[in-house]
Design a protein around this ligand. Structure first.
Ligand code: ADP
Ligand code: ASP
Ligand code: MG
Length: 408
């Protein structure tokens, strides 16, 4: 008998009817002769609503208490799915993160999986039960509840599939696969039959929220092949797996966008050793995640550093930089810009094809879209543009690379 792990996201369990649909789909999988285990998210909107309530009580709620609160969303949905299964005559049990043996480390609200003890899940499976496991939650070795970062049920599913050596891992969601760009933004985006872990990871970490990026990293590390597909139909989905030689024929696999970005530029920094370390150190200590970093020397001989970050971190970044700059360089000035967005083009074929940046920049120029900062990695080119133009930018670059067409 094969063990099939299925993950159902918030929209897929968003109403009582959808919960019944999940139970029916699990029953069908079981009736086909498999063991089935579902990892389930909170019903859509529930996690956001819990955060909103916490923020009404405190501007800066304790992260420990936030974890206790947020973990309740998934606890509701697992019990409801299990009840729906039992109504269909399926022997089932709901299981929290702790009961699933998901041991975490790191900080509250962004716990990392340390190890897994699947003993209880295995026992229930051996007893013939179908299981419904709470996504997004784990427990520290000293018993504190952790959540795994937004979208973290994806990570739970991959980790459970790895721990139980599942035969199949399916991420069932409200789209029927991974597309060349978010199909809500680019109407002629095309569903990809397959994508490599590295490409999926770059797309996820540059705004394609169809998968949580940490879950893709985990899948690559443990070699978990998974398929993204719809919870509402049986269309074939997208396989996410280790790259193979044929994949390099395609130059750009997909395009991602990320909104609500901000830029900080510091000018007038003396061009001396140690300056960048002090400046970045201050931002790191304030727990600000920087994305693009560009530095150069201006004609006046002073250095100039620009960083991008999520716009919600802008105030914190300014507060963290002021004292360091006052100490380091009285000549330093901070400039900020909010209202920008990032566009990334991703593909492992970039390693062996040239002219990719030129095609992308020309497409943006032809669409009269101004490029702000540019950054590149081996398989990604990213640019910032004014936020109101980001969707036009995505469509222009998608067209320029002909991503709507099946590659020859
Ligand atoms: P779930 O609640 O099932 O976890 P998410 O909302 O997290 O679902 O992810 C699914 C959404 O991801 C889709 O509705 C789609 O709008 C968005 N998305 C962004 N980029 C892509 C992409 N490249 N391919 C498919 N979906 C994408
Ligand atoms: N419920 C959590 C969130 O909304 C986890 C998830 O849905 O994957 O982020
Ligand atoms: Mg998700």
């Amino acid at each position: 008998m094969a063990l099939i792990v299925q993950k159902y996201g918030g929209t897929s369990v968003g109403t009582i009817d959808r919960i019944r649909n999940v139970a029916a789909r699990m029953k069908r999988t079981r009736d086909e002769g498999n063991q089935v285990l579902a990892v389930v998210s909170a019903m859509s909107g529930v996690t956001d609503n819990l955060i909103k309530m916490a923020k009404e009580i405190s501007e800066n709620p304790s992260e420990r208490e936030l974890d206790v609160l947020l973990a309740t969303g998934e606890q509701q949905s697992i019990a409801l799915v299990s009840m729906a299964l039992q109504e269909l005559g399926v022997d089932s049990a709901s299981i929290t993160g702790r009961q699933a043996g998901i041991m975490t480390t790191g900080s509250h609200t962004r716990g990392r999986i340390l190890n897994m003890d699947p003993t209880l899940m295995q026992r229930f499976l051996d007893e013939g039960k179908s299981l419904v496991v709470a996504g997004f939650q784990g427990v520290t070795p000293d018993g504190m509840i952790h959540t795994l970062g937004r979208g973290g049920s994806d990570l739970t599913a991959i980790a459970v599939a790895a721990a139980l050596k599942a035969d199949v891992c399916q991420i069932l969601t409200d789209v029927d696969g991974v597309y060349t760009c978010d199909p809500r933004i680019v109407k002629n985006a095309r569903k990809l039959p397959e994508i490599s872990y590295d490409e999926m990871l770059e797309m996820a970490s540059s705004g394609s929220k169809v998968m949580q990026s940490r879950s893709v990293e985990f899948a690559k590390k443990f070699g978990v092949v998974f398929e993204v597909r719809s919870s509402l139909n049986d269309n074939p989905g997208t396989l996410v797996l280790e790259e193979h030689p044929n994949m390099e024929n395609v130059v750009i696999r997909g395009v991602s966008i990320e909104r609500s970005q901000a830029r900080v530029t510091i000018t007038g920094i003396p061009d001396e050793p140690g300056m960048s370390g002090r400046i970045l150190g201050a931002l790191g200590d304030a727990e600000i995640n920087l994305d693009m970093i560009v530095s150069n020397i201006a004609h006046d001989g002073f250095a100039r550093h620009s960083f991008t970050m999520h716009s919600s971190d802008l105030g914190k970044a300014q507060a963290a930089l002021k004292p360091v700059l006052a100490d380091l360089a009285p000549t330093a000035k901070i400039e900020t810009e909010a209202g920008i967005a990032k566009l990334s083009a991703v593909g492992i074929g970039m390693r062996s094809h040239s002219g990719v940046a030129a095609t992308m920049f020309k497409a943006l120029g032809d669409a009269d879209i101004n490029i702000g900062m540019i950054s590149t990695s081996e398989i990604k080119i990213a640019v910032t543009v004014e936020e109101p133009r980001i969707e036009d930018a995505a469509r222009a670059v998608h067209d320029a690379f002909g991503l709507d067409k099946v590659p020859a």
